[in-house]
Design a protein around this ligand. Sequence first.
Ligand SMILES: Cc1cc2nc3c(=O)[nH]c(=O)nc-3n(C[C@H](O)[C@H](O)[C@H](O)COP(=O)(O)OP(=O)(O)OC[C@H]3O[C@@H](n4cnc5c(N)ncnc54)[C@H](O)[C@@H]3O)c2cc1C
Length: 404
Amino acid sequence: MSVQHVGVIGAGIVGLAVARRITEAFPGTEVTVLEKEDRVAVHQTGHNSGVVHAGLYYTPGSLKATLCRRGMGLLKEYTEEKKLPYDECGKLVVAIDEAEIAGLKKIQEKSAANGVPDVKWLDNVGLREIEPYAAGVAALHSPHTAITDYVAIAEAYADDIRSAGGTIEFNFPVEGITQYNDKVQVKSNGRTLVFDRLVVCAGLQSDKVATWAGDDAGPAIVPFRGEYYQLVPERTHMVKGLIYPVPNPDYPFLGVHYTKRVHGGVDLGPNAVLAFAREGYNRTSFKPSELWETLKWPGFRKLAQQHWRMGAEEMAGSMSKSLYLRFAQKYVPEVQASDIVRTHAGVRAQAVDRDGSLVDDFRISKLDKVMAVRNAPSPAATSSLAIAEYITDELRSLMTANVA
Ligand SMILES: Cc1cc2nc3c(=O)[nH]c(=O)nc-3n(C[C@H](O)[C@H](O)[C@H](O)COP(=O)(O)OP(=O)(O)OC[C@H]3O[C@@H](n4cnc5c(N)ncnc54)[C@H](O)[C@@H]3O)c2cc1C
């Protein structure tokens, strides 16, 4: 007997890419995606910066490095095939003073090790040829870094799933998972579905859902809200593509950056502020039970002890437009307070281990008949098609194991 029915929890870009790949890799297998919202891409996928990362920063040999490189190529081909927006606008990573040169050199070494093509070191004159309004002592230029529309891509993956005979069940908040004999039972609102195998891609809820399938409590998701401003239309000419800072190597976040958007406009952000609710998109969003879950996770308490200063700075920047502006002016000095307006926010699902370390790489658990994505932060949207290949290859062993 072969595996006949695979369930995928989560209709974000990762879950949809996985379900789509299963329809290709295992013809004849039925695929059902279960999503608690009423449409695709409601959470991280619908609130990100829209950047297609080239793989500059990631530790060579890590899943992030390999799946980002492969994922970028696959995504470019996919957008061409489906006629979806893709603009290779290029990116500068800018060192604003001599103290940042060493960090920029490390990124240059990593990007070379990761095989990122055509990355160039620029001096202060060279960087202004690419971004005339930018300031800095040196920059790395990655000409193939691109921007796209991840919601449109998620919708296209969903269409592919349906065309291949798969199903997407919206308004299906999974509330429990039971593995028994050779089946996995999934419950929601009094309904029960039974699958042969299950893949959990639940983003901000991924730790909770994985524990229902028998996984460890750690790493736990700590939600970090990323708040954006945007340049007013009259000032968008100041940014041609993407202008990024040299990131602090202690954090997996890339720092507040200027981002050209594929449908027009320029965003500035995101910062990284502890969110008081997992799906808390406003500064006032607050869910006591979720905040309590975060506070009682030993890893969070260790993280807070080590990084309270950075946390306080991010919080201050979130409350004060002038602080946010001061940071933005380091990279584009002509930007004035009247040039930026507060817009949307996204919440990152950042996994934190019990010892307080922020999980840097993608992390995926195998739990008998279930695979669970435990950490898929940026660049997981860029990498989605490659993550889907990776999970499907791993799933192959679960597809044959235990099946009589
Ligand atoms: C502010 C921000 C900026 C970013 N910028 C970039 C970028 O420029 N480039 C890039 O490559 N990446 C970026 N990322 C990261 C990228 O967006 C995420 O890595 C990616 O979207 C993760 O996709 P996902 O499918 O795992 O999660 P999600 O998109 O969050 O989807 C998870 C889905 O699971 C569903 N779900 C959860 N629990 C249940 C349940 N119990 N039952 C049913 N359904 C459930 C949710 O409703 C949701 O739809 C950014 C992220 C953020 C937040």
